[in-house]
Design a binder for this molecule. Structure first.
Ligand SMILES: Cc1cc2nc3c(=O)[nH]c(=O)nc-3n(C[C@H](O)[C@H](O)[C@H](O)COP(=O)(O)OP(=O)(O)OC[C@H]3O[C@@H](n4cnc5c(N)ncnc54)[C@H](O)[C@@H]3O)c2cc1C
Length: 443
């Protein structure tokens, strides 16, 4: 199997002919939405074109953080931390969640001041987050040789196991009555009098009144087929995991050259804290104007690449018939080739900063495509032009931690309950209604 080793979820055999809500996409966002809806007594069908959690939701670093979040995401992330606290008990399964704390190191006084200023976003929340001097960092993490001006330390932040979490949540949704279909791509939606009346899957149609598109990096392609303009691009990040290692940091640590998280198995998930590869594809030109502000502020961390991915994506049709194989069946799992060069550099920089890692043995390497929006804030929204159609996507590299609360908010919107947080910042229409699109957080 490509990518990391994921707890397998076996799909149900029978395709329901009718249900209340179809959720498209079995990542952490789709699985969390399905669980919330099933707990509210709705008949839910979750359709995943590959396996549960096989794309971003199993490939990520496993950081569950509120620290250094875009302020627009802070209220939802505060809810998410609370949901994570109870997730193992609620699902009856082990997601590996632990509030082990996250440290963002600051290379210079300017970064220190910026991180200190960020802490004002937590005013009013009972969440501890404090600045550390270089000496305090050294006392907390003995054995470090990392030069720094100081760090932001948020003990309330957590970590969880990406290869366990989405499967645990999907299984819990099934316990509550949801149908879980794997290797079952949704080709499209069906409308009656302009509103959702069902979906067409590769295994047949399902009648329903509501659809949630939680398709990760595929959401823009799916939406575009039905006339919905969703600006979304992808960036690639490479990850490696080490075998178990004694004596390394318990806290999750970000530094410009590396980012590490201790795993439940005693190993570490390691990546560059900074480098992301951007493949130039046709969508890069289509959405160039939308992404210009983001490019201006993030260009230093982006490595642009022009290669075979351009042609691969150019060959994907924007329109397909619902009675023939769709692009989603032609690529079950996005499994990009990792950049060994970037991974090896991150590991070498980590070894220089924490000599204990000289003993680290590499167990596995993988990469993942991260789906991003122009303001790096997700879309969790209904779609005005198609009553009954909803989108939860574009989590821009932050969706693992916020996924459980995103599922709750999406379920609130679908069922018309008072939303757990104000969903205004997440509305789809912001990209086309003249609103100012700003990238606020750089992390
Ligand atoms: C390397 C890397 C590191 C990251 N680190 C972190 C981190 O530390 N913390 C954090 O919070 N976030 C992190 N992220 C981001 C996080 O992983 C994502 O934001 C999150 O997993 C998104 O979840 P999702 O459910 O929206 O998408 P995905 O997990 O990508 O799931 C979408 C699913 O939809 C399916 N699908 C698409 N179209 C169809 C269709 N038509 N029919 C059926 N199925 C379909 C796909 O097969 C896929 O499985 C990272 C991401 C990567 C790649």
């Amino acid at each position: 199997m490509p990518g990391p080793y994921i707890v397998p979820v076996h799909g149900d055999e029978e395709l329901p002919t009718v249900c209340d809500v179809v959720v498209i996409g079995g990542g952490i966002v789709g699985a969390s939405t399905a669980l919330e809806l099933a707990e509210r007594g709705l008949r839910v069908t979750l359709c995943e074109k590959g396996g549960i959690g096989h794309e971003q939701s199993s490939r990520n670093w496993g950081w569950v953080r509120i620290s250094m979040r875009d302020p627009r995401e802070v209220p939802l992330m505060a809810e998410s931390l609370r949901i994570w606290d109870g997730l193992d008990a609620r699902t009856g399964r082990d997601t590996g969640f632990k509030r082990a704390g996250i440290i963002f190191t600051c290379a210079n006084e300017k970064e220190l001041a910026d991180h200190d200023r960020w802490r004002s976003n937590l005013e009013g929340y009972q969440i501890e987050s404090r600045m550390l001097s270089a000496g305090e960092f050294g006392a907390l993490l003995p054995g470090s040789r990392l030069g720094m001006a100081g760090a932001l330390y948020t003990p309330a932040d957590g970590r969880a196991e990406p290869q366990r979490a989405a499967p645990a949540i999907a299984e819990a949704a099934r316990d509550k009555g949801a149908t879980i279909l794997t290797e079952c791509a949704v080709r499209g939606i069906e409308l009656s009098a302009g509103a959702i009346s069902g979906v067409v899957t590769e295994r047949g149609p399902i009648a329903c009144q509501a659809v949630v598109l939680a398709g990760g990096a595929w959401s823009s392609l799916f939406s575009g087929r039905f006339g919905i303009d969703l600006p979304q691009l992808k960036v690639m990040n490479s990850v490696l995991r080490t075998k178990p290692l004694e004596g390394g940091p318990e806290q999750t640590v970000w530094a410009k050259d590396f980012a590490i998280r201790k795993r439940q198995d005693g190993g570490y998930t390691v990546a560059s804290g900074y480098d992301n590869i951007v493949d130039i594809v046709p969508a890069s030109f289509r959405y160039a104007k939308d992404f210009l502000p983001a490019l201006r502020s993030e260009w230093k961390s982006l490595l642009f690449r022009f290669g075979s991915r351009f042609l691969d994506e150019a060959r994907i049709p924007g329109h397909w018939s619902l009675d023939e194989a769709s692009p989603f069946e032609c690529n079950r799992v996005l499994d990009p080739v990792p950049s060994k060069k970037r991974q090896d550099k991150a590991l070498a920089d980590l070894m220089a900063a924490f000599p204990i890692f000289a003993k680290a043995e590499i167990a596995q390497r993988w990469a993942g495509y991260i789906d991003v929006t122009p303001d790096a804030v997700p879309v969790i929204s209904d779609v005005e032009s198609i009553p009954g159609f909803h989108i939860a996507t574009g989590f821009s590299g932050h969706g693992f931690g916020i996924g459980p609360a995103a599922g709750r908010l999406m379920a609130d919107i679908v069922t018309g309950r008072p939303p757990i947080v104000d969903p205004k910042a997440f509305r789809l229409s912001r990209f086309r209604d003249g609103s100012k699109i700003e990238l606020i957080s750089g992390v």
